[in-house]
Design a protein around this ligand. Structure first.
Ligand code: 1HA
Length: 270
């Protein structure tokens, strides 16, 4: 793969090749913990990916082999949130989680090493997770005085069931890749040196499929967990398709031509 850098950032790397976008958290000195700026850059990259018609799948990963992401950077945790250069305390990773969910393209987490705390919730929010054999999964919130009880609970308990999700949160244990696979937390485990290749293979298999079918399926999988916002996504996709029909165009054209629309010519299917 010939990865092309799409945009320059300080905390992340955003590249693309052959229809795949690759977003890498690039803070290996802190096991790829995120600060507000890291998250803002991720949000910017994901917004770009959303508009980029040449991209169909995203691979998210951490720099190096030791960590996918270790959650919020505890060194900049302040009063009410994580504090960046603008001195405003933020929990902006919650915005990123929603963006990953709303993105009409699948996001694959490629996890080498630790996916811990807020980093664990990020992989949970991704559509698929492929782990290297050295991957370690877990929540730390109650140990470090935090909790992410939004998607961190709702999605996790759908993946592994309530009893297991409670164990993960209440005990803050760490789980290896095989244990994670067994509990339905991830999709596959591969040797570390095959993680990249395997993630690209999965992305390529998705890229061969119908983009609109994949888009609707992702929205439908999210719809019931995400409540009205999930339905909004699904309904918005339906509107997008409807706008492509002659029936919808008749409505717009009639308005612009100041005449009564003739919807009678469009059949009603069972
Ligand atoms: O809960 C939330 C949120 C909830 C609602 C809304 C928004 C939220 C946003 C964020 C979060 C959270 O993420 S809370 C949870 C924060 N993360 C953690 O509690 C994990 C902290 N890290 C660890 O427990 C361990 O580092 C580790 C189990 C992942 C790995 O241990 P290991 O292999 O012994 O490495 P370690 O030496 O600890 O780490 C390597 C370096 O990375 C250390 O720096 P050094 O001493 O070499 O200078 C370590 O301090 C640093 N590091 C690791 N994780 C973090 C970190 N520095 C800052 N923040 C980190 N999260």
């Amino acid at each position: 793969m010939q990865w092309e850098r799409v945009k320059e950032y300080t905390d992340i790397i955003y590249e693309r090749a052959e229809g795949i976008a690759r977003v890498t958290i690039n803070r290996p000195e802190v096991h790829n913990a995120f600060r507000p700026e890291t998250v803002a850059e991720m949000i910017d990259a994901f917004q770009h990916i959303r508009d980029d018609a040449s991209t169909g799948v995203v691979i998210m990963r951490g720099q190096g082999n030791l960590a996918f992401c270790s959650g919020g950077d505890q060194r900049v945790r302040g009063h009410g949130g994580y504090v960046g250069g603008d001195q405003i305390p933020r929990l902006n990773v919650l915005d990123l989680q929603r963006l990953i969910r709303q993105l009409p393209k699948p996001v694959i987490a490629a996890v080498a090493g630790y996916a811990i705390g807020g980093g664990h919730v990020l992989h949970v929010c991704c559509d698929l997770t492929i782990a290297a054999e050295n991957a370690v999964f877990g929540q730390t919130g109650p140990k470090v005085g935090s909790f992410d009880a939004g998607y961190g609970i709702a999605l996790l308990s759908r993946l592994v069931g309530q009893k297991k999700a409670k164990e993960i949160w209440f005990l803050c244990r760490q789980y290896n890749a095989q244990e994670a696979l067994q509990m339905g937390l991830i999709n596959a485990v591969v040797p570390l040196d095959r993680l990249e290749e395997e993630s690209i293979q999965w992305a390529k298999e998705i890229l061969e499929k119908s983009p609109i079918a994949i888009r609707f399926l992702k929205a439908a999988f999210n719809a019931d967990t995400d409540g009205a916002a999930g339905l909004q996504q699904l309904a918005g996709d339906a509107t997008m398709l409807f706008y492509m029909t002659d029936e919808a165009k008749e409505g717009k054209n009639a308005f612009l031509e100041k005449r009564k629309p003739d919807f009678g010519k469009f059949g009603r299917l069972p």
